[in-house]
Unconditional design. Sequence first.
Length: 198
Amino acid sequence: MLHPLPGFDTYPTHHCVTGSLKHVYDYHGFGVSEDLLLGLGRGLGFVYFHIKGTDPFYGGRANVARPGEEGLEKTAGRRTGVAVESHATASARTAQAALRELLEAGEPVLVYLDMGFLPYFELPPDYHFGGHVVVVAGYDPDTGQVLVADRDRDLHPVGWEALEQARGSRYKPFPPRHAWYTFDFAAARPPSGNALTP
């Protein structure tokens, strides 16, 4: 039967990245607000661009991982003593094996995926956004389903096949490349005053 990891709680959040981070932090007993995670991660910004053949894109998130930028997840982690590692692969099999291993070890997993492939959104078939972030918080190998925590209060059952399709989407401008993050809370600490002021 499909159940979340013991002790995993879900609740509405404001943003997919900071909300997913909060779910992981809370699960590890490190309570910090979503607003504080956004600030610690230098996450507020504005972006607009229009790629030919797609709808215009605008967003309010800054500090996206790229050359020269560690990304919101790692910046917030560094400022709270949490060791955060990013992973990506072209192999669906490798990504799935890593996900199963982490879940079996009792770790919820923050993953990037294309929300257009998530059945609970009921989006038009031509809609794709690969910069969406959720937490996989449980799975049942017998039914081939996982439980996904998104921005609402519900845990959503998603089949492994749909999850792999969403994680391996090649739609531009944000193909997720089966990306996931791991967290080590061994040295977690409250953020210092220096991390809270510019």
